[in-house]
Design a protein around this ligand. Structure first.
Ligand SMILES: Cc1cc2nc3c(=O)[nH]c(=O)nc-3n(C[C@H](O)[C@H](O)[C@H](O)COP(=O)(O)OP(=O)(O)OC[C@H]3O[C@@H](n4cnc5c(N)ncnc54)[C@H](O)[C@@H]3O)c2cc1C
Length: 427
């Protein structure tokens, strides 16, 4: 049976799905395969994980989570989901710096595509990685540590350099987060106070459909209490004692990002503090999302262009809104990974959750990409986009280094697929 992704819009096309339990078994599968791709938790919306050969999933892999308090790292199997890892760390008094909106995605898959959360002082999730253990094309093992020349190529590698088996991630003492939601922020406030708004809490998200008279919701996730850590989060100096956040007013009930949808699936809000792992994602781990009735796209631009880029998208609002469920605006700091969307640039992330209307969304994406092209927009590797290799190459200075590395470590091209040929390698 051919497997499909979470959203159901992609069939991977594999000849076989293998779920090795041990390192030796995995080495054997990779060495023997003509064509092979690692599969994470299937949350990408495009054919990035597809292969006509073997799909390798680590869900059956036997590897315990190990915390090392001397180095403040945790060693994990790359197939573990952030929610599971996060609950384990929380039980032992530790935390990761940040999480994405959904806790169900795998650490290996999220890292491979430079998945991010939000925060003016937060890098993407891959910035927590300290080392990787990879099974290479010939079945041999390679460990790569932060500080080595090729580390920045290996971390965000789109599955093109091998199967990542284990990773160590930086951890810190656990901390609490309180989420406050405000509604109807004026567009003029966003334009005039963009930096103040996105730095008002540890992690900030704005939700909009681009056509409403105001920005629908602002989610402020503040670190509170012991280990609050960073300045500026001692509860929201701009909130006027909780009554206002600039022109926005506080939501009196919990909110789902989608207007009118029950907040049952969402993590706690209303300023009620709780563990990082239960507040940094928007959605609860114990709420299993139905197979996604949605598609997603996202573009990262240098943050200095945020206001102009938002205006450009508002200009397309009447075309975007009929296909859209909701858009989210987040921020992320620059990193050094060769293929990361935030490589070398403090970035603003412009995200679209679409209705499941593949052809219509596909027809609109070139217009969105044209509107964002002047800002050097980089599409999220794991979401739906139109840009090809010709459009992407000028956006990534280190792409030639990545291609050369892949040619060296995978000379038989067994980790390549059509997606990687179209976006990176050429035919
Ligand atoms: C509901 C939803 C919410 C989302 N929220 C966010 C968000 O907040 N922020 C954000 O940035 N993105 C978000 N995404 C996108 C998602 O984080 C990325 O698509 C991510 O890659 C998914 O991880 P995965 O484990 O499902 O990987 P898959 O989709 O299974 O695989 C993605 C890529 O990773 C590679 N890969 C997976 N495991 C390994 C491994 N062990 N070794 C080497 N390569 C590997 C695969 O080969 C493939 O190339 C969201 C997606 C969904 C469906």
């Amino acid at each position: 049976m051919v497997e499909r992704n979470w959203a159901g819009n992609v069939a991977y096309g594999e000849a076989e799905l293998r779920q090795p339990r041990t390192f030796d078994e995995l080495q054997g599968v990779v060495a023997a395969a003509e064509s092979v791709r690692a599969l994470g938790s299937r949350h990408s919306f495009n054919t990035i994980a597809a292969t006509p050969g073997i799909l390798v999933s680590l869900t059956q892999f036997e590897a315990p989570i190990e915390i090392d308090t001397a180095t403040m790292t945790v060693r994990v199997n790359a197939g573990v989901k952030y929610g599971v890892l996060g609950q384990y760390l929380q039980r032992h008094g530790f935390a990761l710096a940040n999480l994405a909106s959904l806790p169900h995605i795998s650490v290996g898959g999220a890292t491979a595509t430079a998945t991010h959360g939000s925060g003016d002082r937060n890098g993407n999730l891959a910035t927590s990685v300290r080392s990787l253990r990879v099974v290479q094309a010939d079945g041999s093992e390679r460990s790569v540590e932060r500080g080595e020349a090729e580390f920045d190529g290996y971390v965000v590698a789109l599955g093109a350099l091998g199967v990542i088996v284990e990773m160590t991630l930086a951890i810190e003492p656990t901390f609490d987060v309180a989420v406050s939601v405000f509604e109807e922020l004026s567009w003029s406030d966003l334009a005039e106070h963009f930096d103040e708004i996105t730095s008002a809490a540890y992690s900030v998200s704005l939700f909009t459909n681009w056509v409403n008279a105001t920005v629908d919701q602002v989610w402020l996730k503040a670190r509170v209490g012991r280990h609050a850590g960073v300045a500026g989060d001692e509860l929201l100096s701009s909130t006027d004692g909780g009554e206002h956040f600039f022109s926005a007013r506080p939501a009196r009930e919990r909110r789902h990002p989608l207007p009118g949808v029950s907040a049952e699936a969402c993590t706690e809000q209303l300023g009620i503090a709780g563990a990082w792992v239960d507040r940094l994602p928007h959605f609860r781990l114990d709420f299993t999302p139905s197979n996604g009735d949605e598609l997603q796209s996202e573009y990262l631009i240098p943050r200095e262009h945020a206001v102009a880029a938002i205006e450009a998208l508002r200009g397309l609002g009447e075309r975007i809104a009929p296909l859209l469920q909701i858009s989210e605006i987040r921020t992320v700091t620059a990193d050094t990974f060769w293929l990361s969307m935030s490589s070398g640039r403090d970035s603003v992330c412009l995200h679209f959750t679409w209705k499941p209307l593949g052809p219509e969304v596909g027809a609109l994406l070139p217009a969105i990409e044209a509107a964002l092209r002047p800002f050097g927009a980089r599409p999220h590797w794991g979401k739906v986009f139109a840009a090809d290799r010709q459009a992407l190459a000028p956006l990534y200075d280190r792409m030639p280094d990545f291609v050369a590395l892949a040619e060296r470590v995978d000379p038989g091209q067994k980790f390549r697929n059509d997606f990687l040929r179209a976006t990176l390698f050429g035919a």
